[in-house]
Design a binder for this molecule. Sequence first.
Ligand code: G6P
Length: 623
Amino acid sequence: MCGIVGYIGHQQAADFLIEGLRRLEYRGYDSSGVVFNNGGRFSITKTAGRIDDLAAKLHEAPIRGTIGLGHTRWATHGPATDENAHPHVGGKNIVALVHNGVIENFRALKEQLAERGYYCKSSTDTEVIAQLVAYELDLRGVPAESASAADEYAPLVEAVQAALSQLRGTYGLAMVFRDWPDVIVAARLGSPLVIGIGNDEHYLASDGSPLVGRTNRIVYLADHELAVITSQSIRVVHRDEGHVRHSETVLEIDPTQVELGGFPHYMLKEIFEQPETVTAAVRGRLNRDEATAVFGGLNLTPHQLRAIDRIVLTACGTSWHAAMVGEYLIEAFARIPVEVEYASELRYRNPPMTPSTLLFAITQSGETIDTLAALREMKRKGHPTLAICNVVGSTIAREADGGVYLHAGPEIGVASTKAYTSQCVVMSMLALYFGRMHHLSFEAGLRIIDELTELPRHVEEALDTNDDARRIAAKYASCDNFLYLGRQYNFPTALEGALKLKEISYIHAEGYPAAEMKHGPIALVDEHTPSVFIVPQGGVYHKVISNMEEIKARGGPVIAIVDKDDSHAVELADDVIRVPAVAEFLQPIVTAVPLQLLAYHAAILRGCDVDKPRNLAKSVTVE
Ligand code: G6P
């Protein structure tokens, strides 16, 4: 988490830094800061609070400068205070830096540095890096003038690399220097950094979104790479390989995708985008002639894929719920055993795997550190790895052997909505694909294709539940606890509905398999604890109705998400939301929509900041 921006060129840096930080605010938003380097003199403004607070400070006391760095923080070490906000300076103001990541050995380094007279003032791990770089620079005592013109930055690179070699943990780093006033140094290990190429100017950012509208020429920095960036040049040095050629790629984000477009919040905009994002996920991927799905980027031969005898789906948060949907789908359609693993658990576990186990890492951002670590662990053990990812060019997308992009466009609201439904769509197409390689008949494949083709229309209709969701949210927004209950395909939806509510409205909510609720959560039920039942028609419909009876018998209010023409569940429910009837395997997608809307309206009514819920960040790049 945390977002980094940088600018070096001929324009005033402040505008880009503030605008870029706003675009990265989803990565963390408890404090922020900027540094400008004017001929070796640093001007720093930082503050606890949102980017608006930083912008206000800069408005009151503007700073001019054409070289600068900015940072938006999600606290890991030390509370969100002005002092702990980045940038941090090292030594006698000889370096200022911003950091995304975690330095695990910062305590030991802090002690060593203090013994050498380099004292940290903040409680962050980051300041240790600043002091360490300052120490390494001082040790060499090399002012810029003394270096040879041919490689004027060699002493600087050497000092920074010496500092980096002592760090244990992860970093995306950007630094400016007193003695090298015309340069930004960026370095990466585990936390993403993108360099944007402009006209006699360069940009730096944690991802491509701040660069939209500025340039579409970008360079991704890889792990163990360090970049020396001036307004005219980029030189990339790898820890082990020395100077390496950097390759330029095209940033493919449309400016309208990162704007609110008339919606009050990104989350609502993204919920309403789902008919298009679901369409984009399916586009070009259904083959009626073969009654199967088509994926261009799996990079595995049909022979290799047919030999897969076990699939592990790993993810975090909402993506983990999509993985659960995937488990139900793949096992049902393809009869291949599937395991769903929290990435944070998988990375440290050593579960027995068959040689032909395939790993899917499911991630919106492609940067979640636990998911990345789990992917690397499985790769190390020789398993093929595929990514289901939204952000093009993200670390996980690049490190996996192959994968499937969601094509959902940038998701900015911290609570995932459109990425989740697209992940479920991709899971259903993968299930079809693997199914057709094994037992699934041509006719069954064709039926699935027909259903998928109709899905965008059903998602569009599901958005009509907005008024009901708002009305029901108003009725229950003051409750302290909610239960979300569903069975089979709708059990992951219950988990996801509960997560949506708790993450943005701060109402405690638990998702449970509807029948399992009798083994504990039912003790919570009283007239102030609503239960949201996801109960469209299907194999377990009547079983879930019995579970509704059990809640009603204990005086609990029931909110039911039902099919359009439902006649049984509605008799028991206090409040009803009707969604279009779809095949059971697509119910998780269609029923997710009203649950997203319910959470959104509850959060608005409770005065919460839906796009930036407290304590959360969209891209979790720390363990
Ligand atoms: C964070 C976000 C969630 C997201 C999870 C996994 O917790 O707030 O919305 O589901 O990370 O992120 P990923 O990018 O890997 O899907």
